[in-house]
Design a protein around this ligand. Sequence first.
Ligand code: PLP
Length: 379
Amino acid sequence: MDIRTKAVHTGVYKDKSYNSVTTPIYPSSTFYFDALGKNKGYDYTRSGNPTRTALEENLADLEGGVGASATCTGMAAVTAVLFFLKNGDHLIAGDDIYGGTYRLFSQVLPNMGVEVSFINMRDLEAVKSAVNERTRMIWIETPSNPLLNIVDLKSVIEIAKDNKCLSVVDNTFLSPYFQRPFEFGADMIIHSTTKYLNGHSDVVGGAVMYANKEVEERGRFLVNALGISEAPFDAWLVLRGVKTLGPRMEAHQQNALAVAEFLEKHPNVKRVYYPGLASHPQQDLIKQQMRGFGGMLSFELDTAQVSPDQLFQKLKYFCLAESLGGVESLIEHPWLMSHSSMGPEGLKKSGITEETIRVSLGIEGTQDLIDDLDQALKS
Ligand SMILES: *Cc1c(COP(=O)(O)O)cnc(C)c1O
């Protein structure tokens, strides 16, 4: 079945009373029993809720997993997965992952007795030599945020399997519409549904998708035990947003490609990072594992000509804001905003500079976005 058909149909039909074509919102915190030990599959909303179930069925189907847990934020999904680890374990992650994930890995996990190695995950030898006898998980984010570096899913997941480690992929940037890590053997996928899956910048949420029943059982247990499941109304919003995932991703990508090509020719732009440009150095991997390039790009601004704030102030359609994946275009400064928690050392190591600008292309008219950037980039 086409993923666009799944996005519209999977999980939504939950109203046997009135035949509503959309999923009802069940805000009830608790569900009564018909008799001791006899209910209709739900007892308490932290543990399970019909509206959330509809979303979970939908999201699992989009990624091709056996199940999913919808969580209250993307970081809650990251947290649930980290609780697969215990004191004394070792985790390997890329050095250019999402800033909030980096903060959790570098400032919280060590206090819990979990050691983390941040490495350049494009270097397969570095991945292999980072593995030790305590390594239990490899955390993959591709394309990376904000520099759109590509990690070789197949090879890194193979290294994980050879060493009996769980492999986890943060698939937020491309969404299942453009990349499906389960096809490369990943054990779990996480999403910030705040981004493309919801797509309308009006809810925060996350999800963990499971490749097999074993991780699903443990993951569901953890999300309930930790108390981080998605509220019914928020789950309903994400389910509403996800139905248009396909057409939105196409529109985001069309704008990103056109804007990337425009920026690459602009004299006040030093460099553009976008997987859809021929100048992106990892063409083979892009063809091998991605069905599209997504709607995110970054560039190095020639700040001798235009300061970041001058650019931001002049733009009409690009809001100066963190986050990404909504219908409206957003622009931001990773050094001072989304990635500041990495600190100057971490930022430099990952290749982010004070000139790096990140853009999340919305679904507005392409020419309006290019004209807006053109007037704002004038020296
Ligand atoms: C936003 C984001 C997260 C965290 O999600 P929240 O919903 O903000 O908690 C994790 N990973 C990536 C790649 C993100 O962009």
